[in-house]
Design a protein around this ligand. Sequence first.
Ligand code: ZN
Length: 444
Amino acid sequence: MKTLIKNADITLTMDDDAQELRNTDILIENGVIAAVSNGAENADTVINAAGCVVTPGLVNTHHHLYQSLTRAVPGGQDALLFGWLQTLYPIWARFGPEEMFTSAQVGLAELALSGCTLSSDHLYLYPNGARLDDTIAAAHEIGVRFHPTRGAMSIGESDGGLPPDSLVEAEAAILEDCIRVIDAHHDASEGAMVRVGVAPCSPFSVSRDLMRNAALLARDKGVMLHTHLAENDEDVAYSLEKFGCRPGQYAEDLGWTGPDVWHAHCVKLDGPEIDLFANSKTGVAHCPCSNCRLGSGIAPVRAMRDAGVPVGLGVDGSASNDTGNLAAEARQAMLLQRVTRGADAMSAREALYIATRGGAEVLGRPDCGQIAVGKRADIAIWDISGIESAGSWDPAALLLAGPSRVKHLLVEGRQVVADGVVTTIDLPRVIERQNQLAARLADL
Ligand SMILES: [Zn+2]
């Protein structure tokens, strides 16, 4: 099966030479980029990319897909992180398998429309029979590459934690289910469509033992580790008070640094912590809209990148953004660095690199994130003939002026979005179901 993307105006390859190619054809064979050239051979399927900019698919490194069912909840709209969580926990406690499946379809479809071909997810609560498998089934139907992580919370209110007791699990059961989902779904091979990670929710919702055991388990299984870290001032204060050290130290002590680890947010990392992450190649999922939305602060992404910390982007959960548009997130990342560091702090091209290849590196996917022969055919095609690009002198600077929704999207060479429409699921029906479920949750 050969697919040809024909005659793209500009191709931003994100390869090692940062090549930007003109009037290019991209030939795809069996899910892999077989040629990047001019005047390519015939193919079974031809996608006309004249009038378009072509980029690698965007990579989302942090999400809680289930939260797309609790967007803009009135009691949480203007609350800080801990108060926001306490508003939402009782609602999330009513979720079950169908809520997990439908909300994941909505979240992943929204991401796909904004150019995302590979998304991670952080699911850390499993009420009423919900399982990680529910979200994996949703991703499989849509056809996006998926890195779900088996999250967990084990310290409930009665033990001095934040979540209600009904949302926490016994630590032995958590580890057992991590093993189950890894054995059932994790694919370590090149081109894998599903990779599973291990992801206790945060240092303030699980014990020190679980953090340590999760790291041992992940290393034993050869999977990645993920959690929230140093999200805001409250988070750092909690670490100092309960653990007697800063979040970076806590992470390092428990085995939570290394190229197989990535942490969400890291807004409050200080200089030595940035050096620790750079030296250990520990990744960061930067979530600028969520950080703005919850008033957490501006992550020191410029300093992280300069030091050599791998940085990717995340839209974060749909209850703290409350949008799931990854292209818009990349623009926000660019703008936010400029707020503190000036207009030359981050270019549109660098922000797009972080959104594509940067994210692929954070998720341990050197086979994704760039348009080069031998890489997976995860490709976003952006129409620059529309109003968003009209008058642009540099259409390749997509994040300054350009569409935030794709025209076409290919994952592993298969078309998931065609002419701006998700082709793999009946999206209007899924949206209708999502709204029914949301109404039911609000009614209870
Ligand atoms: Zn999060």
